[in-house]
Design a protein around this ligand. Structure first.
Ligand code: UD1
Ligand code: UDP
Length: 385
C-alpha cells in the first residue's frame, strides 16, 4: 500500500487535485491518498466551494497557513507540511501548478528524500518577475516525476537538464475536471439571473497587473471601456479587491466603476464560473487556468500579460496576448463581439483522461502490475514486485 500525499492550497489547485484523488481512490488496494490543504486560500469562495462542487471529501489535514509575504507563507507551509511528512512517511508527495504551496511542499519532501511528483511541470514564461516562475522552476528541479500538459513543457524540461525518463506527457488534468463537470455547470443559471446575453467575462489577479496603482488604474480603464461595448461580469479576486480599496480606486458608486453594465461580483463557484466562461462572447483575463479552459471551450480569450507560460493556448487555441494596453484590449474585444472567430484546435491529450495516465506512470514508478486475470478478463489481480 502506497501512501500518497496530495498537497494543494489555492483555487487553481483543487480542480487539478480532484481527478487524481478520484483515480487513486478507485485503486484502494494499492494507494492511500491523503489530501493536505495548506490553507493558502481560506475564504469559502476561494476554497471550500471547490471541495463541495468537485465532490471532494474534506481535506484530511488543513495546515491553516493563511496569507503573508512570500517568505512567510512559503516558510509556514514548509514547517507544517514537513511535520505531516515526518508523521505519515508518505511514499510520494504530489504537488500541483506553481503556487507558493507547491514550492514549499516540493522542497520539504525532497529534503526528506520523498519522491515528488509535479503535475503541470515544465511550463515557463521566462519572466523571473513572476513569483510563479520561480515556484515552477524550483519545484521541477527537485521533482522525481514530471507530468506535463504540452510538448513545449517537455522541451523546456529537457533544455534544463531534466532526465527524459522522468518526464511524462500526460495532458491537462484541469480538462479532466472541466469535461466531467461541464454537464453540471450547464444547469447553472448565473447569466440568466443577471439578465445577461452577449457579455464579456473578466478575471484579474496577477501582481504585475494589480499590485501597482498605475497598472490597476489601467485595468479599471479596460473594464470601463469594455462596459461601453457590452455587459461585463467581473468576479473580483481577493488580492484585486484589497488593492482597489488600498489604492482608493474604490468599487461601486465611483465614476468609473459605477457603470451599470459592469457586474462586480464575488469570486464565483467552479460550476457558475464554467457556465459563464463557456457562454461568454470573449474572456479577458490574466489567469493561467482560464487561458487553458477557454482554449478547450473554443471561447476567445484576451490575456492581459506581456507573456504566457502556456503558448500552446495561442498556437493551438483561442488565446491572444495583449499586454496592459487598454485601447488594444477594447478594440479586440469589440471585434470578437462582432463575430470575429478565434479558431480553436484542442491541444494534444487535453481529452479528460489525464488522471488515469498519471496513475499508470505512478504504477510503473512503484512497479505495481495489474495483471489481467484469464478467467474474468478484468484488471483485478494485483501483483506487487
Ligand atoms: C495565488 C498564487 C497565484 C495564483 C492565485 C490563484 C502564489 C505566489 N500566488 O495568488 O499563482 O494564480 O493564487 O488564485 O502562490 N486572500 C483572501 N482570501 C483568501 C486568499 C487570499 O482575502 O482566501 C487575500 C489576502 O489579502 C492575500 C491576497 O489575497 O494577502 C493574496 O493571496 P495569496 O495566496 O498570497 O496570492 P494570490 O494572489 O491569491
Ligand atoms: N475560477 C472559478 N471562479 C472564479 C474565477 C476562476 O472557479 O471566479 C476557476 C477557473 O475556472 C479555473 C481556476 O479557477 O479553473 C483558475 O484559477 P485562478 O485564475 O485563480 O488561478 P491561475 O490559474 O491563474 O493560477
Amino acid at each position: 500500500m502506497k501512501t500518497i500525499l496530495l498537497v494543494a492550497g489555492t483555487r487553481p489547485n483543487f480542480m487539478k487535485l480532484a481527478p487524481l484523488h478520484e483515480a487513486l481512490t478507485k485503486r484502494k488496494e494499492s494507494y492511500r491518498p491523503i489530501v493536505v490543504h495548506t490553507g493558502q486560500h481560506y475564504d469559502d469562495r476561494m476554497s471550500d466551494v471547490f471541495f463541495r462542487q468537485l465532490g471532494l471529501p474534506e481535506p484530511d489535514i488543513n495546515l491553516g497557513v493563511g496569507s503573508g509575504t512570500h517568505g512567510h507563507q512559503t516558510g509556514k507551509v514548509m514547517i507544517a507540511v514537513e511535520e505531516v511528512m515526518l508523521d505519515l512517511k508518505p511514499d510520494m508527495v504530489v504537488v500541483f501548478g506553481d503556487v507558493n504551496s507547491t514550492l514549499a511542499a516540493a522542497i520539504a519532501a525532497a529534503k526528506l528524500e520523498i519522491p515528488v511528483a509535479h503535475v503541470e511541470a515544465g511550463l515557463r514564461s521566462n519572466d523571473w518577475s513572476m513569483p510563479e516562475e520561480i515556484n515552477r522552476i524550483v519545484a521541477d528541479r527537485v521533482s522525481t516525476l514530471h507530468f506535463t500538459t504540452c510538448e513545449d513543457a517537455n522541451l523546456n524540461l529537457v533544455r534544463e537538464g531534466v532526465f527524459e525518463d522522468s518526464i511524462h506527457f500526460v495532458g491537462n488534468i484541469m480538462i479532466d475536471s472541466l469535461s466531467k463537470f461541464l454537464p453540471m455547470a450547464e444547469k447553472m443559471t448565473v447569466a440568466e439571473d443577471m439578465n445577461l446575453s452577449d457579455y464579456i467575462l473578466v478575471t484579474m489577479h496577477r501582481p504585475g497587473n494589480v499590485d501597482d496603482r498605475e497598472h490597476l488604474r489601467k485595468i479599471i480603464e479596460i473594464l470601463s471601456g469594455l462596459a461601453e461595448l457590452a455587459p461585463v461580469v467581473f468576479p473580483i479576486h481577493p488580492r484585486t479587491r484589497k488593492n482597489i480599496l488600498e489604492f482608493e480606486l474604490s468599487i461601486g458608486g465611483d465614476s468609473v466603476l459605477g457603470n451599470k453594465n459592469l457586474h462586480l461580483v464575488e469570486p464565483l463557484g467552479y460550476l457558475e464560473f464554467l457556465k459563464l466562461e463557456k457562454n461568454a462572447s470573449v474572456v479577458v483575463t490574466d489567469s493561467g487556468g482560464v487561458q487553458e479552459e477557454t482554449t478547450f471551450l473554443g471561447v476567445p480569450c484576451l490575456t492581459v500579460r506581456p507573456n504566457t507560460e502556456r503558448p500552446v493556448t495561442i498556437t493551438n487555441g483561442t488565446n491572444t496576448l495583449v499586454g496592459l494596453d487598454p485601447d488594444r484590449v477594447i478594440e479586440l474585444a469589440g471585434e470578437y463581439l462582432n463575430g470575429r472567430s478565434a479558431g480553436s484546435d484542442r491541444p494534444v491529450l487535453w481529452d479528460g483522461s489525464t488522471a488515469p495516465r498519471i496513475l499508470d506512470a505512478m504504477d510503473k514508478f512503484f512497479s505495481i502490475d495489474y495483471a489481467e486475470t484469464e478467467e474474468s478478463g478484468n484488471m483485478t489481480e494485483m501483483k506487487q514486485r
